[in-house]
Structure formats: C-alpha cells, structure tokens
Design a protein around this ligand. Structure first.
Ligand SMILES: [Zn+2]
Length: 139
C-alpha cells in the first residue's frame, strides 16, 4: 500500500500503489519515497510509490488550523530523524493519537519515518509496543 500524506505531511490514508502512481502522474501528489516495485499496465510501467504527499490540502471534515503548521518545525527539531527507529523521517507522528485526544503540541509530535508511521498508525505507544528514542521537548 502507498501511504498518502496530506499537503501538511500528516498521514491521510493508504491507497493502492496504482492509485498512488496515478495521483503522481496527474500532478496531484509528489513522491516522498519510492519502492523498487514496478507496476505494469497496458501502456506503461510505473514504479510504485511508498509515500506520496498531496499537492492540495485535503480537508478531512475538520476546519483547517490557521497559522503556521507545526509539522515542518517538528521535523526540524528532530533533524528529520525518526524518533522510533532512527531512520530518515519525512512524516510526523502523534505520540498520543489524535483519535485518543492527542494534540498538535511539541511534546506530542515527533518526526517519524513512513514505515514506523504506518506501523504505529492510530495506536498508542503501549498498544504498538514501540518506544521513543527520546522524550519530545519544546525547543
Ligand atoms: Zn522509523
């Protein structure tokens, strides 16, 4: 599956790699991470994207937060290092998932690679069995 990120780099959904590749072709998304998997259709072969980010912000029912998004600043604080596995992070994870009332705060958001983000999903640390490399702090 392809992880789809919203324009602000928050995980939005997962889609079939073919759909992800089509979004890229239609310039509706940019590729963040690719895979070596080739997808074939009648006319073309495409490389399956692992992570894509939408070019247009997709409102998901809730009103869009105003002001500067904290996500790029979280990635900056954590130097784009995944706070779970130490890999290269291009997404941001909510330590306490938003679905559990987690907020967009410095202490609840960490840089996270796509793999860990997909693995953790909307689970809490305890449920996912994952550990933070260090406690997220407000800079
Ligand atoms: Zn990771």
């Amino acid at each position: 599956r392809t992880l789809v990120l919203n324009a602000d780099y928050s995980p939005l959904s997962a889609c079939h790699p073919v759909r992800g590749a089509l979004l890229l072709r239609e310039n509706k998304a940019h590729e963040v991470e690719s895979t070596d998997i080739l997808l074939f259709s009648e006319k073309l072969s495409l490389r399956a994207p692992a992570v894509i980010v939408l070019t247009q912000y997709q409102s998901i029912g809730k009103p869009r937060r105003t002001g500067n998004s904290t996500r790029p600043r979280i990635l900056q604080r954590d130097a784009c290092v995944c706070q779970y596995c130490g890999g290269v992070a291009r997404t941001v994870d909510h330590v306490i998932p938003k679905s559990d009332g987690g907020r967009d705060t410095w202490t609840n958001m960490v840089a996270c690679c796509a793999k860990c983000n997909a693995r953790k999903g909307a689970l809490s640390l305890k449920q996912s069995g994952m550990r933070l490399l260090r406690e997220p702090l407000e800079p």
